[in-house]
Design a protein around this ligand. Structure first.
Ligand SMILES: Cc1cc2nc3c(=O)[nH]c(=O)nc-3n(C[C@H](O)[C@H](O)[C@H](O)COP(=O)(O)OP(=O)(O)OC[C@H]3O[C@@H](n4cnc5c(N)ncnc54)[C@H](O)[C@@H]3O)c2cc1C
Length: 462
């Protein structure tokens, strides 16, 4: 690809991850000219080092578990082992196909792709290798990086971040996962399925602490059953290198040894030394502050994706990118409701949710105004066929709409599409209860939960 030599565009976008490229595609559809700048690969974290490769690993992990457990279904099979070269070839093949497809899309829309590190040098200009790209509008979309904690150095070998974990050429015999949030829990799940001895260390009192408390309890129960060790409510203190790996010390002096330690304590915004503050953009702990229309308050500068405080999820980045492109084109899109963004943790068991947790709903509306219902997957035919446990929990405003849907169990991520429609359309449980769900599907569990919440339970044990 020949590199352009600067120029003037309707929009200059710095960062071609989920947020940046979605903005570029939507803007091009709206006949706006776009320069999309990235120092690495088009597609950003999600495609190359995040969502897609991790989910490929989780799928391979599921196959390993199914092979191990096949006898429960009357199928005789032996798990001979995990061939990490084969797993990585499969994972990289998925990424490569999607990457090629994405490159084709950008080309089709005649978006000018600029390869190189950019810096905001004026309110309307990004400079890359001495070339200036001026935009009537600028979108900042520089994403995030794996954070660590003070004194804990990521060396990429024994103390690793998710990007290193995705490139391991072997299954570690044992692993410490520092952080029991989404990324930590997903890697713990994969490594356990691949045969590693795993311990999660989490300072907060529970795993997946952003989720409803009952969901955390079920994940913890399932992890105990899977023999994934976890120590919650105990801050990490230090790590030392040992002959064959690392030794982590947690509050109270307890130590855990393993071959590797994965640091999964969250992601920080990539905003340092990019000229943002010099141009007057407000940063708070590195995050770019915007109004609800994602405008920074400076010139025609907008920001999208992980650099904007809130859920760090690819589909939030996509939606914000589309929003800003439409805003620039004068379409006046409706602001995005952060609570309406679905959240999935793809571990075994899976966790999927949208809207408010029970605690948040009660805080917001008052405890007497909110009711909940838990539908146990024990009553759901398809879940029994899959031999999975878990539940669907509904949170509603009394005589009002659904405020939250929380689900845990195998394949629950696939149900979040319906759940987010219900939440975002502010459906009443009685309205959802009228809709027919195919039998036997796991979707029926949602249908049954709504039947029960509307006072007409079918396959629901009280
Ligand atoms: C292990 C892992 C698993 C994940 N799994 C999921 C998941 O299952 N589902 C989900 O929704 N989300 C997931 N995420 C989160 C998701 O990847 C991010 O929310 C998403 O990538 C954010 O998009 P973004 O556009 O804000 O930033 P990014 O995707 O990080 O893109 C930012 C881009 O900006 C570029 N850039 C930065 N600085 C400069 C510069 N100075 N000049 C030029 N280019 C620059 C970078 O090279 C990068 O390509 C996961 C993340 C990780 C790490």
């Amino acid at each position: 690809m020949s590199q352009p030599n600067g120029g003037t565009f309707d929009i200059v976008i710095l960062g071609a991850g989920s947020g940046g490229y979605a903005a570029a595609l939507r803007a091009a559809e709206l006949n706006l000219s776009v320069a999309l700048i990235d120092k690495a690969e088009l597609g950003g974290t999600c495609l190359h080092r995040g969502c897609i490769p991790t989910k490929a690993l989780l799928h391979a992990a599921e196959i390993a578990d199914q092979t191990r457990e096949s006898e429960q279904f009357g199928v005789k099979a032996d798990l001979v082992g995990i061939d990490m070269a084969g797993v990585n070839a499969y994972k990289d093949g998925v990424v490569a196909r999607l990457y090629k497809g994405l490159q084709g899309l950008l080309k089709q829309e005649k978006i000018t792709l600029v390869q190189g590190a950019g810096k905001l040098v004026a309110k309307d200009t990004v400079e890359v290798d001495g070339q200036r790209y001026t935009g009537r509008n600028v979108i900042l979309a520089t994403g995030s990086y794996s954070r660590t904690i003070p004194g804990l150095e990521i060396d990429g070998k024994r103390v690793i971040a998710s990007e290193h974990a995705l490139k391991l050429d072997r299954v570690p015999s044992s692993a410490i996962v520092l952080g029991g949030g989404v990324i930590g829990v997903e890697f713990a799940s994969v490594w356990k399925s691949f045969g590693a001895d795993v311990t999660i260390i989490e300072a907060l009192p529970r795993l997946v602490a952003a989720e409803d408390e009952e969901i955390s309890k079920t994940v913890e129960r399932a992890f105990r059953k899977r023999k994934i060790n976890f120590k919650v409510g105990k801050p990490f203190e230090k790590v030392e290198h040992t002959e064959n790996g690392v030794r982590a010390t947690i509050a109270g002096g307890e130590t855990v040894e393993a071959e590797v330690l994965l640091v999964a304590v969250g992601r920080g915004p990539t905003t340092a030394n990019l000229g943002y503050e010099e141009q007057g953009v407000t940063l708070d702990r590195g995050f770019v502050i915007t109004n609800e229309r994602l405008h920074t308050g400076v010139g025609n500068i907008y920001a999208v994706g992980d650099i904007v405080p809130g859920l760090q999820l690819a589909h939030r980045g996509f939606q914000q990118g589309i929003f800003v492109a439409e805003e620039i084109a004068g379409l006046k899109p409706a602001p995005i409701d952060e609570a309406g963004i679905p959240r999935v943790t793809y571990s075994d068991p899976e966790v999927a949710s949208v809207g408010l947790t029970e605690t948040k709903a009660k805080e917001q509306y008052g405890a007497d105004k909110v009711s909940t219902y838990n539908y146990n997957l024990g009553g759901n035919g398809k879940s029994q066929i899959l031999k999975t446990a878990g539940f669907v929990k509904l949170v509603r405003l009394n005589d009002g709409p659904v405020l939250g849907v929380h689900m845990v169990g195998a394949r629950m991520g696939e149900l979040v599409g319906e759940a987010q429609l219900i939440y975002n359309w502010e459906a009443f449980p009685e309205e959802v209860a009228q809709l027919v769900h195919a039998h036997p599907t796991q979707n029926e569990a949602l249908g049954e939960a709504f039947l029960a919440l509307s006072g007409k339970p079918l396959h629901a044990h009280s």
